[in-house]
Structure formats: C-alpha cells, structure tokens
Design a protein around this ligand. Structure first.
Ligand code: FMN
Length: 230
C-alpha cells in the first residue's frame, strides 16, 4: 500500500520525507570526497575587490538558513553589506576595538597563539572584500502586545547556521574569514538593528587576492579528536 504524502500528528501536518540513500561503497566514497573537499577550505585574510553577484550572496544566506534551530525559531538575521560607506564605517570601528584588544585586552599567551596566523589590528579586508555578511543572533522575539520571549539554544543554532554558511561560501568557490572584532556591539549600531539582535560573526566574502598565502596549519587527526565506543 502506498503511504500517504501527509499525515496529522496532534493536529499538526507532517509531510512524507525520503532522504537520499547510497550503497555502503558509495557512502564511503562520498564521505571521503566530502572530507577532502571540506579540508581545502581555509580562512583567508587577503581579499580581491572583484565583485560577487548579489544573487550568489542571497543563495549563500538561504543555505545558512536551512540550519536546524532550537524549536525551529531560526533565531538569526544575516546582514549583507556591499555599500562602500558602510564598509568603511565598519572597518574604522572594528579597528578601534581591535587596537584596544591587541594593546590592552588580550593576554600575552593569546597574542603568542595568534602569531603564526599573522593577524593584527589592521583590517583592510573589511573595505576590500566585495561583501560583508554579519550574522546577528536573535536572543528574544517581540510579541504583538509589546512583550518578549526568549529563543532557545540561540548560540548553538546560529553557530550551526554560520558553519553551513562557511561551507556554502567554500562551495561557491569563494573565501571568507571568521572574524570577531569583539566587542561587536558597534555593528548593531551602525546597521540600526533592533534591540533583540546581537552581532555573532562577521564574514567578509569574496575571492582571494592573487597570490594568496595562508598559514601552514595541520588539522587534528581522528585519533586526536574522536573517541569511538563500539
Ligand atoms: C569563532 C572564531 C573567531 C575567529 N576570529 C578570528 C579573527 O577575529 N581574526 C582572524 O584572523 N581569524 C579569526 N578566526 C579564524 C581562525 O584563526 C582560523 O579558523 C584558524 O586559524 C584555522 O584556520 P582555517 O580556518 O584556515 O582552517 C576565528 C575563528 C573562529 C572559529
């Protein structure tokens, strides 16, 4: 008997779902090639100013917003900025915070850990990259009567969405940098965001400058970061 396309559970519609399935051999190949492809992703700090079509950015954000979220509240807003004046403002304020970070807030240990990455308080990529995507987490929602209620697992939800965004950027043949010019309150002010939104990550998106160089880093092997209980 054919199963119905939809059923109701507790009065709510549920639709029939079928995942793509593969043979064990195909699964091994697919999972291996996915890892090899993902392993090519790198954080890039030198961008080209070559434009990227808005439609690409829209699709990247759509992909991010497919992420699972606590009680499906999708507690995020992605602000995409190509406006040069806004990018200049963001760079200026980010560099103010980063100067304070490097000079007064960061421990010597932290600065030592950053040395191999060649990061510093100057952030020219904030003006050079054709797009900046800023992920805001929605800590609570406004109710019609003026009240508010909290969202659930907001950090977990937006963290997953940003991971998916980073993968989508890589898939499009573009690069990004996970950037956190903390504290990031200045971003909500510049972009005039409502009081329930807090900046979570800033992701410049574009092509790498040519030639581009990235730190020669190793990634942990399975034996260093996974434990199997069989
Ligand atoms: C939450 C988070 C914040 C980060 N903030 C910065 C940052 O402000 N500036 C920077 O240059 N890199 C930043 N990074 C990038 C890391 O340095 C980078 O991911 C790491 O060195 C590994 O390199 P890879 O991304 O090329 O694998 C951040 C990464 C994460 C996950």
């Amino acid at each position: 008997m054919k199963s119905p396309n939809s059923i109701h559970i507790n009065g709510y519609k549920h639709i029939s779902y079928q995942s793509d399935t593969f043979s064990e051999k195909e699964m091994v190949l697919k999972s291996k090639s996915f890892h090899e492809w993902l392993d090519k992703r790198r954080s890039v700090r030198d961008f080209s100013d070559t434009p990227v079509p808005k439609e690409v950015i829209e699709n990247l954000i759509r992909s991010a917003s497919t992420a699972p979220s606590g009680a499906h509240k999708q507690p995020w807003t992605f602000c995409a900025i190509s406006n040069p004046a806004l990018k200049t403002k963001i760079r200026k304020e980010a560099e103010v915070e980063e100067k304070e970070n490097y000079e007064n807030r960061m421990s010597e240990r932290w600065k030592k850990d950053l040395e191999p990455l060649d990061t510093n308080m100057n952030k020219p990529f904030l003006e050079i990259a054709p797009w900046l995507i800023i992920a805001f987490k929605k800590v609570y929602e406004f109710e019609e009567d003026g009240g508010k209620h909290n969202n659930y697992y907001v950090n977990e939800s937006i963290g997953i969405a940003c991971g998916m965004l980073i993968s989508a950027i890589h898939n499009a043949g573009l690069v990004t940098l996970t950037h956190t010019p903390s504290p990031m309150n200045f971003l909500a002010k510049i972009l005039d965001r409502p009081s329930n939104e807090r900046a979570f990550l800033l992701l410049p998106v574009g092509y790498p400058k040519f030639p581009a160089y990235v730190p020669d880093l190793d990634r942990k092997g399975l034996d260093q970061m996974a434990v199997f209980y069989e």
